[in-house]
Design a protein. Structure first.
Length: 91
């Protein structure tokens, strides 16, 4: 398996960091580290996340990481990280 971050997921990660950093730089760094480290766990168990039914023809799943939600898609031997956000964000 291979893990690939989409440009939207990378933008989300930067946005989350930039939101937290002015208040607490260390908390922002810890949040980013936790999201990156947890996403790497998908390489061992890619189907750990809950399937999202609205993407019937694709294998899109979601995983909660603390107060953050991650959406990812499994295609053949690649896991694509699609989006990240804080669960209190209006999405």
């Amino acid at each position: 398996m291979k893990l690939t971050w989409t440009s939207k997921a990378l933008s989300d990660l930067a946005r989350l960091h930039d939101f937290l950093a002015p208040v607490n730089q260390q908390a922002a760094a810890r949040a980013v580290q936790a999201l990156v480290a947890t996403s790497a766990r998908l390489l061992v168990n890619p189907r750990i996340g809950e399937p999202l039914g609205e993407f019937e023809s694709r294998e899109v799943r979601r995983m909660l990481i603390g107060k953050y939600e991650m959406h990812y898609e499994i295609q053949d031997s690649t896991i694509y990280l699609l989006r990240l956000w804080h669960t209190r964000e209006d999405r």
